[in-house]
Design a binder for this molecule. Sequence first.
Ligand code: T3D
Length: 262
Amino acid sequence: MDSVLLVDRRDGWTVLTLNRPDRLNSFNEELHLALRAALDEAAADESCRAVLLTGAGRGFCAGQDLSARAGLTEAPDLGATIETFYNPLVRRIRALKKPVICAVNGVAAGAGANLAFACDIVLAAKSAKFIQAFSKIGLVPDSGGTFFLPRLVGDARARALMLLAEPVSATQAAEWGMVWKAIEDADLMAEAEKLAAHLATQPTYGLALTKQALNESAGNTLDTQLDLERDLQRQAGRSPDYAEGTKAFMEKRTPNFTGRAT
Ligand code: T3D
């Protein structure tokens, strides 16, 4: 049987492909555990300096696999699934000390849409769409959706999208700032791979500190954020990549970054 997650290690970066195409790559426990292990491995592997997440087949991810949810005789504790699987997944991606690119190759619904928004740079195939499908089945948007979406598109759009569960096309999503770019379907993976390969040559430690600053900004005052930037800049300034970056600039050559903190 095919693995529910395909892990493809490239030169300095890793592609993770959700691989349950007949269920539009919706999450069951096996997929959650496989993705968790792969993200942990990417975190621990110094030679991996970027992660690219995508889906197999015509969808990116349809959120929770509902097949095991229908027809239960007792109400399930969905808070337990969120606590055990979805929240740790979003936290892992946000905390990963390397960029996570998401190539949304097709429909992204429910937690699948919000998983994409948790990533650092999102490219979407023009045929893809984003659906906050939760309200259609009586649920609340999860996986950080109520945090990410209003910040990405503003309260009015986020509210309507979540209450109405209307699909948003990739082009509209790019226009609204939900994703970085909408790309012709045929070009999506080449563009995403090019981006991952580029990021894998960049000052990974500095990028990790940048992620940290952005992650913390949502809950900080300007004063706190200014202090945080000072502290993170102090750390970045001690890195070998800063020394190399400034030297290469003065020598008018391409820097050779190691990605390391020391
Ligand atoms: O439960 C908890 O633990 C709490 C956590 C919740 C997190 C969540 O994500 S809740 C939200 C769950 N997701 C949804 O409600 C989305 C359900 N899917 C859809 O609305 C539609 O499938 C799409 C809009 C995503 C795509 O529509 P379409 O017409 O392109 O495809 P389709 O025909 O509906 O789906 C294709 C197949 O995938 C189909 O199977 P079949 O008929 O070919 O055998 C369909 O049943 C299956 N599929 C799609 N989504 C799911 C799914 N099977 C299981 N779970 C799914 N989420």
